[in-house]
Design a protein. Structure first.
Lengths: 212, 212
DNA sequence: ACCTGAACACCGTTCAAGT
DNA sequence: ACCTGAACACCGTTCAAGT
């Protein structure tokens, strides 16, 4: 008998082999030794299945954090989110497609709030920080996976080639080649660091009156 | 006779009325007084059309910037990107779907490089800054539009209601309600500011040796 | 209770044929 | 040169019928 969790797991496995555009109810049914319509016992629509997949993809992110200073924890968590979204083909697009609101999203938000609270960051802005960080991670991973698809074809190299024969300034050429050739993980961490530096400055600007 | 630019414009108009999922070659054909297959004279595939739409959506962002300090210019540009992606239904998803590489993307990148060069920001990291900012904007607008869809249904309100009856900490509840109720534009600008503060710190840490 | 077969109303894309 | 009609190989989803 088919269990709901098996459907989600099977869907994520099929995502890896077929990609998001190749993920159909018929193929998923066959992979689970069932016919497509049987899936509708567990999910009212394919969209609902995608929602469940998105939450499943974020599961590992909600694990407990090592004890560290707040800035390292935030950076660590961002890295974990990125790793989770990249761990399956089109993972970022799956999560971006649904407005994420599953249980794991809440757990991750709570983790960020605990970090910020420990750092004595104002509660009124903690949600803004959590959203901003999440949006950065989402945007970055979407583009990383899109770029990976294009690299598989030759499009990426073609764009790099077009670069060298351009009338751009030396500054622009340096900026672009350094960005294209960089290790994506390093480029990602750099953005996280800029962001966290901004958070730190916010802490210094409006120091919490912890002595009251 | 059908011109390529008319197809792109018609597709964006249809995007507003039907949404990305309702944008089909058949409907677009009819809206242009033609049958679906006629579109293949101008685009080798629907994906190629979506690429052209993405570039078209970013057109307004590439306009010249007012003379201002670098940080205001960066913030202004980010706001313009956001406005462009939000100006049509599912605009962010259209841009996220394609790995953006059209002419307007290049113009926007160049604009950022000019801003950073004027601020004497190191060329080797300018591309990283441009990408990071773009990824934040993309992630934010995707979620903004997804949230807007859910608001149209009642899902958003439902989640807010679920919030009040939760055993969360006071800190988490404050953080979440402040994030949900905030003006999205303000929340967006806050994230941009964190980010720009990080860029500013980078400038102070490794000051360019402009006097050589 | 759980699943299937057949059907409905669609898709993107191809291509011979029309004008 | 530009477009259409018809067709191909699919989709998500519904639902009566099977077991």
């Amino acid at each position: 008998m088919l269990r709901r969790a098996d459907v989600v797991d099977g869907a994520i496995a099929l995502l890896d082999s077929e990609g998001l555009d190749g993920l159909t109810t018929r193929k998923l049914g066959l992979a689970l030794n069932v016919r497509g319509p049987a899936l509708y016992r567990h999910f009212p629509s394919k969209e609902a299945l995608l929602d469940a997949m998105a939450d499943r993809l974020l599961e590992a992110v909600a694990a407990p954090l090592p004890a560290r200073p707040w800035d390292e924890q935030l950076s660590f968590l961002a890295g974990r989110m990125r790793a989770a979204l990249l761990s399956h083909r089109d993972g970022a697009r799956v999560v971006a497609g649904t407005y994420v609101t599953g249980p794991n999203t809440r757990l991750i938000e709570d983790a960020i709030f605990e970090i910020l609270q420990a750092a004595e960051f104002p509660a009124a802005r903690a949600g803004w920080v959590a959203f901003a960080l999440g949006h950065y991670v989402l945007g970055h991973t979407i583009e990383e996976q899109a770029q990976a698809q294009l690299s598989a074809a030759g499009v990426w190299q073609a764009r790099k080639d077009a670069l060298s024969g351009r009338p751009d300034s030396r500054y622009a050429r340096t900026a672009l080649t350094e960005a294209f050739d960089a290790d994506p993980a390093e480029r990602f961490d750099y953005g996280v660091r800029l962001f966290i530096d901004g958070v730190r400055r916010e802490l210094l600007d409006a120091p919490p009156r912890s002595v009251n």
